[in-house]
Ligand binder design. Structure first.
Ligand SMILES: Cc1cc2nc3c(=O)[nH]c(=O)nc-3n(C[C@H](O)[C@H](O)[C@H](O)COP(=O)(O)OP(=O)(O)OC[C@H]3O[C@@H](n4cnc5c(N)ncnc54)[C@H](O)[C@@H]3O)c2cc1C
Length: 155
């Protein structure tokens, strides 16, 4: 069984900055995340995609007032294109995170899988290739954000 210094459950914004610092300080750190990438819900469903959509909505709202400023023209609305814009931003950030992880300390590893405690020092990780067990001296549990989805008229 693999033995390490620190294991984080989740690799979101709450966990990965700590994981990077600890690994840089020479600790053996493993992050377990079911998404298999850093950033957690902030990038998947939270801060980033919501701001990309809000920004597009804001620009559309302002565009309706351009006549007041002596400007002309009409900005069209295409929800599929707005979602494409959001997806593009997420893709850029995912690629940046993948690069950061690749360039990180050799002490840091990310495993894609779902973690559960077997006892206070042992974690079982369910990966696509099967189950593996890891023993860690300390744990950092950041599996916090729970998102729910809804549909809006016109989407
Ligand atoms: C719509 C929306 C907009 C938001 N906007 C902002 C904003 O503008 N600014 C801001 O500061 N915050 C914002 N937030 C909040 C922000 O997303 C959260 O505070 C942040 O993601 C919490 O980080 P975290 O690392 O604690 O948890 P999370 O981001 O939830 O990361 C936890 C990770 O752990 C994984 N995980 C969970 N359980 C397990 C397990 N058993 N095994 C393996 N992996 C597991 C999850 O898949 C996830 O990737 C927003 C949230 C939402 C929903």
């Amino acid at each position: 069984m693999k033995k390490i210094d620190i294991l984080t459950i989740g690799a979101g914004g709450g966990a990965y900055p700590a994981a990077f610092r600890l690994a840089k300080a020479g600790k053996d750190v493993v992050m377990i995340d079911s998404k298999g990438i850093m950033s957690g819900n902030c990038l998947a469903e939270g801060c980033v995609p919501s701001k990309a959509l809000r920004e597009a909505a804001d620009i559309y709202r302002i565009s309706k007032k351009v006549g007041l400023f002596g400007l002309g023209g009409k900005v069209g609305f295409n929800y599929a294109k707005v979602v494409e814009h959001k997806d593009r931003i997420q893709k850029i950030r995912y690629e940046q995170h993948a690069k950061e992880l690749k360039e990180a300390s050799k002490h840091l590893k990310l495993i894609k899988g779902v973690a559960s405690f077997l006892d206070e020092h042992t974690i079982e990780v369910e990966t696509e290739k099967g189950k593996k067990r890891i023993q860690s001296r300390k744990y950092y549990n950041r599996q916090r954000c729970r998102c729910s989805s809804t549909t809006y008229k016109g989407c």
